[in-house]
Design a protein. Structure first.
Length: 196
């Protein structure tokens, strides 16, 4: 019994240390881009030894993957939207949250590491969008129409779309989220009406 409690305590300590490390990664990314992030910077920001960082995350890819998962959870994006309602709600919720961490999100969108992290889960994202589109358009919808709607929706609800509206149109996350929502709705309406 004592061994089980002790192990649970160690696991809690390990989880708490991992949280400290991942929080430090986020704070570092406010000042440096993903490509420039080092274990030394993270260790200094976390107040831990570099060896401790390596014990939890053996390489930079593991460190960034851990941060990305924690970041997505903090933004409430653990699961990809797979219904029309969820697709419509996503940009309205996500884009204002992106504004709160604008420079981190910019790095995630524009850096090779950010692109790699996003692409690593792209099959899941595509499958979720495809489920929503098929459920909405029905089994008789052509594969070409489904693909057109899926690709368009993924683009419109992406962090890339948020960044484009922010940089080129000077829109807030609230504004761009509403615009993305209306665009997604318009795509589904056109698809149902046969005008897409």
């Amino acid at each position: 019994m004592e061994e089980v409690l002790s192990k649970t305590h160690r696991e809690r300590q390990r989880d708490a240390t991992a949280e400290i490390i991942l929080d430090a990664v986020g704070r570092c990314l406010e000042d440096v881009e993903l490509t420039e992030l080092t274990f030394t910077q993270v260790a200094r920001m976390a107040g831990l030894g570099e060896r401790t960082i390596y014990r939890h995350f053996p390489n930079k890819d593991a460190l960034l993957e851990g941060w990305w998962r924690a970041h997505k959870a903090r933004l409430g994006q653990e699961a990809f939207p797979d219904t029309l309602a969820a697709l419509l709600d996503f940009p309205v919720k996500a884009f204002p949250a992106f504004d709160e961490e604008a420079e981190i999100m910019r790095g995630a969108v524009l850096s090779p590491q950010g692109r790699a992290m996003t692409l690593a889960r792209n099959d899941e994202r595509q499958a979720a969008i495809r489920r929503a589109v098929r459920a909405e358009l029905g089994p008789d919808a052509s594969e070409d129409l489904v693909l057109t709607v899926c690709a368009s929706v993924q683009l419109i609800q992406s962090a890339t779309a948020w960044l484009t509206m922010r940089d080129y149109w000077d829109l807030s996350g609230d504004q761009s989220g509403q615009i993305a929502r209306r665009a997604i709705q318009a795509i589904f309406t056109a698809a149902r009406n046969g005008t897409l």
